[in-house]
Design a protein. Structure first.
Length: 271
């Protein structure tokens, strides 16, 4: 009796990798530029933000297009992307707005693990976009949420040992990543909103033009004062759902990936 072949994640071609690197660098700059702006530059004002958000959207689309162009995603992968994004978008309203509970995060962890970092980034971004349309959460924060969730899912695809770490060990590794990644997601999103909020108090407000270490210290105080509870709710729910449903969903995703055979070229037998 031969063992079933381990389904390989979708490949990340050179154009997709280049597009992903570019959007990541732009994303890092988008989140962090106010820390480096001068106090009189005006770059930290909220009215300047929509121009930056508008520049991010085409870059996110470019990652999807480049991934398809590199044949890392065929029609079967696009279909699976649509199904998973729809499920993730439907999960979000079940908990969003209640103590930070967002059940779609565990699905991003499992999908990124099985299908790879490139697919994971695209899935995270598309899922957040779809959920924003579904819940009416469209606003200047949406592209940043797409970036942050894309990075969250990408990280799951970069975890070590997909062919060696299985069973409970894999499940606990994914749960641990989901816990840490949930806090990382919340922290990154805090950075986007924090620079637009001023007058909250000397100890936690953003001060344009101040040294970066001083502003980062205030940012840490801001996170501890305002969002630890929300991030903890997201993290705990992600761990619970991963441990409770992870084994079943990992098997289902791997079975679907194996049957779809994304990495097998189509051949016609003329005999």
């Amino acid at each position: 009796m031969t063992a079933r072949p381990h389904p390989r994640p979708l490949p990340l071609g050179p154009r997709a990798a280049a597009a992903l690197t570019l959007v990541t660098l732009i994303g890092i700059a988008a989140f962090g530029w106010p820390l480096l702006a001068g106090g009189r530059s005006g770059l930290s004002h909220s009215q300047d933000a929509p121009w930056l958000f508008a520049a991010l959207l085409p870059l996110l689309v470019a990652v999807v297009v480049a991934t398809i162009a590199d044949q890392g995603m065929d029609s079967k992968a696009v279909a699976m992307l649509g199904v998973l994004a729809a499920v993730g978008a439907a999960l979000r309203p079940l908990g969003a707005g209640t103590a930070g509970l967002e059940p779609m995060f565990f699905l991003m962890v499992l999908s990124g693990r099985v299908l790879g970092p490139g697919f994971g980034f695209v899935l995270g971004s598309v899922t957040m976009f779809a959920s924003a349309l579904l819940t009416g959460g469209v606003g200047p924060w949406m592209p940043f949420q797409m970036l942050a969730l894309g990075w969250f899912s990408l990280g799951a695809g970069l975890l070590p040992g997909p062919a060696r770490i299985r069973g409970r060990a894999e499940l606990w590794m994914l749960a641990a990543y989901g816990f840490v990644g949930s806090f990382a997601y919340g922290t990154v999103m805090n950075l986007q909103g924090w620079v637009l909020l001023q007058g909250m108090g000397q100890g936690i407000s953003f001060h344009p033009g101040d040294p970066v270490p001083a502003n980062l210290a205030r940012f840490l105080a801001y996170c501890l004062a305002t969002s630890v509870g929300w991030d903890l709710g997201r993290a705990v729910l992600t761990v619970v759902l991963t441990l409770a449903l992870g084994t079943t969903l990992l098997k289902a995703l791997r079975r679907a990936t194996r049957k779809a055979a994304f990495d097998v070229p189509i051949c016609f037998d003329m005999r």
